[in-house]
Design a protein around this ligand. Structure first.
Ligand code: PDD
Length: 281
């Protein structure tokens, strides 16, 4: 099936989609993005994604290319044209095209690009087997709450994880506390059975899936704490997992070579994931 992308007002074949070489996103990573989960043709947590997108744009002083109504129409049209019901939509807004200079003209027309793709479901056995995580130094800037396309530390971290046979890297700050994963939020179940994930702040992205899991935990009366945790606490935790729009909840069964729990997905993790499946379906 041929994929369709959206580029500045036009629906075009994925292979033919182009932006200008002086797009500031291409030259300076001067842009923001969102990844939204599509389940049964519906956008999951659309409000939260929209709010975060507005916040990212505002933080960087990038103009919104269109209002929310038309933006949602384009997203839904793209899903329809790509003929899938379970997948993801990628939305990228850059400051726009201008002669290459670090400073920028204020009323630049932003560029809007979207792609969409099917997301194959994960098997129950893959979920239960879990994945490995390594930890590495968080070398990012001090505004990780902005969802910018400037992702060099994240991609290098993820690549290092893959080269070491792990799926994700959790990043560690100067106090040896974990901030988040390279493209996910990090969670553990502490020795006293509480769910723990970092508090919000400029050191992490305010994950939409993180927020949904906090709601689910509250509904299930599972105690949770929003605080950072150390590498040592993570390595000795009862259960560990990470969350994102593309990975849902992914159990972690090894951190830095140390086996978590009995080396299989923990029961609390699996029951939270089950509730999330009910939430999105
Ligand atoms: N990543 N932290 C970082 C650094 C992320 O890049 C992401 C999302 C998350 C989880 O956010 P959410 O639950 O809203 O997806 C946390 C997306 C999926 C990506 O870059 O592809």
């Amino acid at each position: 099936m041929s994929r369709i992308a959206y580029v500045n007002g036009r629906y075009v074949g994925h292979g033919e989609a182009r932006v200008h070489i002086e797009d500031r996103g291409y030259q300076f990573s001067d842009g923001v993005y969102e990844v939204i989960l599509v389940q049964n043709g519906k956008l999951i947590d659309e409000d939260a994604h929209h709010q975060r997108l507005q916040k990212s744009l505002k933080s960087l002083g990038i103009n919104a290319p269109m209002k929310r109504g038309p933006l949602t129409q384009v997203i839904n049209q793209l899903i329809k044209r790509n003929k899938f019901s379970n997948g993801i939509v990628y939305i990228q807004i850059t400051r726009g095209v201008a002669p290459r200079e670090h400073s920028f003209p204020i009323n630049l027309k932003p560029s809007l690009v979207m792609t969409a793709r099917r997301l194959p479901p994960k098997s129950q056995s893959a979920i239960e087997a879990g994945v490995k995580v390594i930890t590495l130094e968080d070398i990012r800037w001090k505004r990780c709450d902005i969802k910018t396309v400037s992702l060099l530390p994240n991609i290098l971290g993820k690549q290092k994880a893959r080269e070491q046979g792990a799926y994700e890297a959790w990043m560690v700050d100067e106090n040896r506390l974990i901030t988040e994963g390279t493209s996910t939020n990090a969670w553990i179940v502490s020795s006293d059975g509480a769910l723990v994930t970092s508090e919000l702040g400029s050191h992490i992205l305010s994950g939409v899936t993180r927020k949904t899991f906090i709601q689910i935990a509250a509904e299930l009366n599972i105690p949770y704490e929003e605080r950072q945790f150390s590498v040592e606490e993570a390595e000795n935790s009862r259960e560990a997992f990470f969350t994102s729009s593309t990975s849902f909840l992914t159990p972690v069964t090894e951190i830095n070579g140390k086996v978590i729990g009995n080396g299989k997905a923990g029961s609390l993790s699996l029951s939270l994931l089950n509730s999330y499946f009910n939430y999105i379906n």
